[in-house]
Design a binder for this molecule. Structure first.
Ligand code: SF4
Length: 166
């Protein structure tokens, strides 16, 4: 099976939509709730959740992926995973994907839900703009980048729950 390999620059670019989602998510939370200690703690918790979420995927999903330990994983998780966990049974990829992706789904929901609560109490076009930017990056650009790039070339796309939903 011949698989395309990604350069370090391409890997860096592939991580930008997810990093952008976290940064804009933090901005939404801080703009909506101000800079009180509680608000700063909440925004920091969201950021830490996002970083731990990537580690979670590396530990519980990547070992079962065909891109594990190769430079064909566009975001580089597969190479990092190979340094921290052993290879798993590739036949269990879909099962692991279904089980562990829900762990990170709240990252897409928290800024929208928290921002909407504040908007409902006190409307602000600036906050609408920030939430709108978050939605475009996390719900449009990020999945588009995955599907068009990584997923389109993935040897496991037939059994992948993400591609199967499209
Ligand atoms: S393609 Fe996805 S599941 Fe596969 S190694 Fe990369 S990040 Fe992990």
């Amino acid at each position: 099976m011949s698989m395309r390999e990604y350069s370090k620059g391409e890997t860096l670019v592939a991580n930008l939509p997810y990093a952008g989602m976290l940064v804009i998510g933090v901005a939404v939370l801080l703009y909506a709730y101000g800079f009180s200690a509680a608000s700063l703690a909440g925004a920091a918790a969201y950021l830490v959740y996002g970083i731990v979420g990537t580690l979670w995927i590396m530990v519980f999903v990547c070992p079962y992926c065909a891109y594990y330990a190769t430079r064909s994983c566009p975001c580089g998780y597969g190479m990092i995973a190979s340094r921290i966990v052993r290879r798993g049974d590739g036949n269990r990829f879909a099962q692991k994907f279904r089980r562990h992706i829900p762990v990170i789904v709240p990252l897409w929901l928290i800024p929208v839900a928290c921002g909407a609560i504040v908007l409902w109490r006190s409307f602000s076009w600036s906050l609408v703009g920030l939430i709108g930017t978050f939605v475009i990056v996390s719900y449009v650009i990020l999945p588009l980048a995955s599907r068009r790039h990584a997923c389109a070339e993935c040897p496991q796309k037939v059994e992948c729950p993400w591609m199967g939903e499209g």
